[in-house]
Write a protein that binds this ligand. Structure first.
Ligand code: ROI
Length: 167
């Protein structure tokens, strides 16, 4: 055996933006993600308008969730996503939970539960975030969130918090 792994994993990525024309940021991130070598798009949710979680003195967000099939390892995927955030003008100084041009989070990576210093999967906030759970349910209604619960149960316990679909 050589060490070239061809195993494909399904992963879910959360996209969020509240600066510099958020809809355009999300659309160009989607294109950039599909251009990562070893990544194919499986599904993309509607775009959603959401109220900021965290500090309220920042613009509203646009959020979406994307399903991909990937041959990349989790940390390889993370660094590819961070490169896209940086290319789209993400500045990593300033307030924690402050406004951002683009946020790309690995929400799920197959059924894995991962605990790296820079990457926790499932994403730590997943169960409390309407702007993640509802778009995820749109594209993967039968999903099980490893270590937690059925997605449908998490959705039923999570208020919309002002979340609405953009048309
Ligand atoms: N709030 C909303 N509505 N959407 C986000 O994507 C988002 N991302 C964040 C914080 C600052 C926690 N708040 C958010 O990182």
């Amino acid at each position: 055996m050589n060490n070239i792994s061809c195993e494909l994993m399904t992963a879910y990525i959360g996209l969020g933006s509240n600066l510099e024309t958020p809809v355009a940021q999300i659309n160009s991130a989607r294109i950039a993600i599909t251009q990562i070598e070893g990544v194919q798009e499986l599904a993309f949710s509607s775009l959603y308008h959401s109220l900021p979680m965290g500090p309220q003195d920042q613009p509203d967000y646009v959020n979406a969730v994307m399903a991909i099939s990937t041959s990349l390892e989790p940390l390889e995927l993370l660094s590819s996503l961070q490169a896209i955030e940086n290319a789209q003008g993400r500045v990593r100084i300033g307030e924690r939970w402050g406004a951002r041009t683009l946020d790309l989070d690995i929400l799920l990576y197959g059924n894995a539960e991962l605990d790296f210093p820079d990457l926790k999967v499932p994403h730590v906030g997943i169960a409390e975030r309407s702007f993640v759970l509802y778009p995820l349910q749109e594209i993967a209604p039968d999903l099980w969130i490893p270590g937690k619960a059925a997605l449908a149960d998490l959705v039923s316990q999570c208020p919309l918090d002002g979340l609405r679909r953009l048309d």
